[in-house]
Design a protein around this ligand. Structure first.
Ligand SMILES: [Zn+2]
Length: 120
């Protein structure tokens, strides 16, 4: 039987809806994609980058997984299979796991805070 489940190098299998997301770098529009295992030694598996323009529309720049995670899965499955599956995961994360409305609100709040600082 060939392996077709994505696994983190720490040992846990990860389904597309099991990633943890960390949105700390609000002003540069970056979301970190983390392993759900609290004891994971890698923790960060990838990231999503985007830009929010004046009309508060989100422009998606890019999303990718880091190479230790990609390589781990490519060796277990095949490069092609791993790449297809990880691409599917990235799309799922973008479309289903991120609360974009909240991201936009946080971004607005952050900009306002900055403006207040500049004028005070
Ligand atoms: Zn892990």
């Amino acid at each position: 039987m060939s392996e077709n489940k994505i696994q983190c190098p720490c040992g846990v299998y990860i389904k597309d809806d099991q990633y943890k997301l960390l949105y700390l770098k609000k002003d540069i529009g970056e979301i970190d994609i983390l392993c759900y295992n609290d004891l994971c030694y890698l923790k960060e598996l990838g990231y999503l980058k985007f830009h929010i323009d004046e009309s508060q529309k989100i422009n998606f720049n890019k999303g990718r997984f880091y190479s230790p995670f990609v390589t781990w899965n490519a060796t277990r499955m095949s490069e092609e299979k791993a790449s297809d599956e990880l691409k599917r995961h990235l799309i799922f994360i973008t479309e289903n796991l991120i609360d974009w409305q909240k991201v936009i609100e946080d971004y607005k709040a952050n900009i306002n805070k900055k403006r207040e600082k500049e004028t005070s």
